[in-house]
Design a protein around this ligand. Structure first.
Ligand code: ADP
Length: 188
């Protein structure tokens, strides 16, 4: 059976960093909706222009756009062995879309990284200064956190009810967190 994982958590929780390590370990691709949007934006595609108008405000891109983009990505051959989703699902409606896209086999597990809000804002402001990501400014960050608490946090509750949520302490060094995730995944 293939390994189908989601890495979940608030903006700045370290999903991207940990996803890269875990996906390499497991030899599966990471599918990051944020990265997919950013590559569309840098190509200047129509989808990129549309997404940019939401991302620059820290709002969610409409589901039909995001789900369509993900559906196309999941059709590629490299997802045979499984995949690690980063940034999706972010709303309860997106859970339903993912259920439809995956069919019977569903997900293996959802890994949730837990980090306190004060630390998230610090990390993201620092990242904005280094990477120049246009949505890493303090106002937009606060909006992304508000959107997370309102729309995305309920996603974790749903997977907890399904018995699929693995919660990991997302504080400490990158390697410490990676070890916690690796141990949890090895028990699957
Ligand atoms: P972060 O998790 O740090 O906020 P991401 O790179 O995952 O960063 O996402 C950046 C932005 O891309 C989000 O603020 C949102 O506007 C958009 N986005 C990413 N994934 C989704 C999604 N599943 N649904 C809607 N919008 C999304």
């Amino acid at each position: 059976m293939s390994t189908r994982l989601v890495i979940f958590g608030p903006p700045g929780a370290g999903k991207g960093t940990q996803a890269e390590k875990l996906a390499t370990d497991l030899n599966i691709p990471t599918i990051s909706t944020g990265d997919l949007f950013r590559s569309h934006m840098s190509e200047g595609s129509e989808l990129g222009h549309l997404a940019a108008s939401y991302i620059s405000r820290g709002a969610l891109v409409p589901d039909e756009v995001t789900v369509g983009m993900l559906r196309e990505r999941l059709e590629a051959k490299d997802v045979h062995n499984g995949f690690l989703l980063d940034g999706f699902p972010r709303t309860l409606a997106q859970i339903d879309s993912l259920d439809d896209l995956l069919g019977e086999e569903g997900l293996s597990a959802v890994i949730e990284l837990q980090v306190p809000d004060e630390e998230l804002v610090d990390r993201l402001v620092k990242r904005g200064a280094e990477s120049g990501r246009s949505d890493d400014t303090e106002d937009v960050i606060r909006n992304r956190l508000a959107v997370y608490h309102e729309q995305t946090a309920p996603v974790a509750d749903k997977y907890r009810q399904r018995g699929q949520l693995i919660t990991i302490d997302g504080t400490g060094s990158i390697d410490e967190i990676a070890t916690r995730i690796r141990e949890a995944v090895s028990r699957l």
